[in-house]
Design a protein around this ligand. Structure first.
Ligand code: DOR
Ligand code: ZN
Length: 342
């Protein structure tokens, strides 16, 4: 197969940042995707419908002239989020979900939730108005091994949460383990997004020949058996699994540091990366539904009608793209790709 024509995909988990950073990265996403779920972990985070409306305007202003793109906004859940804010989020039409970060889990999560049980009134309202909860599914206890944080979150928090709120629609974001795959398969009203890096790499890549900070993201890459479980889930044709890049730009300096930030940048070449992963599993025929159908179906939005084409051709991922003061290193920088989006 030399050309692959697909319905235009959407990115169901994206970090765009703000200001100059937003202007630098947004054109990449707009080139690939029609819509994206925009993460609210700015500094300070997007906590109200008013914050989301203003951020959405700044995103719209940064869309390159003549291009179409729809930002689907999210609110950052805190210990102080009110049920009334959920009602206005639902009424706004543009806030599509509420994002849970455990306090201290990752970039700009200082405002996150200290104990999800404190949010029960809000979760009850979310269940009632039917607005999805997006989970950064990791515990942050210092004594839990970093590679076990997703599994422990599922056992300690997610199972009890789904017992309390069985009708709440949940997305377990950027899943990284076979435990997460099993849980999603076995539970009603829960779906999962999967990133390109978790489909393509196991944790070995972080230490190949030295420490490679551009492969460090959270949740961290896991063992090969987990990668294979994710690849199997993504290519299975099950609508519970769909595309979410978690593309998360950080400057080169902040990644290549004695205490480097978590995040992989994939907005530049997301569909090419997913195509390589699906091709490796002989499942290119399953890519369109994963990238373009199951996400809108879960979010109860129409599927896109335009198309995109991926062509089989060899090109080299740039070592760096312009971004703030020290540039941005894309995932797999300098490597050859075998698919290219027109
Ligand atoms: O690797 C990550 N980077 N994981 C997250 O959850 C946040 C993200 C970011 O915002 O940089
Ligand atoms: Zn993320």
């Amino acid at each position: 197969m030399q050309n692959l024509t697909l319905t235009r995909p959407d990115d169901w988990h994206l970090h765009l940042r703000d200001g100059e950073a937003l202007k630098a990265v947004l054109p990449h996403t707009v080139h690939q995707f029609a819509r994206a779920i925009i993460m609210p972990n700015l500094k300070p985070p997007i906590r109200s419908v008013a914050d989301a409306a203003a951020y959405r305007e700044r995103i719209i202003a940064a869309i390159p002239t003549g291009k179409q793109f729809e930002s689907l906004m999210t609110l950052y859940l805190t210990d102080n989020t009110s049920p009334e804010e959920i009602i206005s989020a639902k009424a706004s039409q543009f806030v599509k979900a509420i994002k849970y970060y455990p306090a201290g889990a990752t970039t700009n999560s200082d405002f996150g939730v200290t104990d999800i049980r404190k949010c029960d009134r809000v979760l009850e309202m979310m269940e009632q108005v039917d607005i999805p909860l997006l989970l950064h599914g990791e515990v942050t206890d210092r004594d839990v091994d970093v590679f076990d944080r997703e599994k422990v979150f599922i056992e300690k928090h997610l199972i009890p949460l789904k017992e309390r709120f069985s009708n709440l629609r949940v997305v377990l974001e950027h899943i990284t383990t076979s435990d997460a795959v099993q849980f999603v398969l076995a539970t009603n009203k829960i779906a999962a997004t999967i990133t390109p890096q978790h489909l393509l790499f196991s944790r070995n890549i972080i230490f190949q020949g030295g420490i490679r900070p551009h492969f460090y993201c959270l949740p961290i890459l896991k063992r090969e058996k987990h990668r294979l479980a994710l690849l199997q889930a993504a290519t299975s044709g099950n609508p519970k699994f769909f595309l979410g890049t978690d593309s998360a730009p950080h400057t080169r300096n902040s990644k290549e540091s004695s205490c480097g930030c978590a995040g992989c940048y994939s907005a530049l070449h997301a569909m090419e990366l997913y195509a390589s992963a699906f091709e490796s599993a002989n499942s290119l025929d399953k890519l369109e539904a994963f990238a373009s159908f199951y996400g809108p179906d879960f979010y109860q939005l129409p599927r896109n009608t335009e198309q995109i084409t991926l062509t089989k051709t060899t090109w080299r991922i740039p070592d760096e793209v312009p971004f703030l003061e020290s540039g941005l290193v894309p995932l797999c920088a300098g490597q050859e790709m075998r698919w290219q989006m027109a």
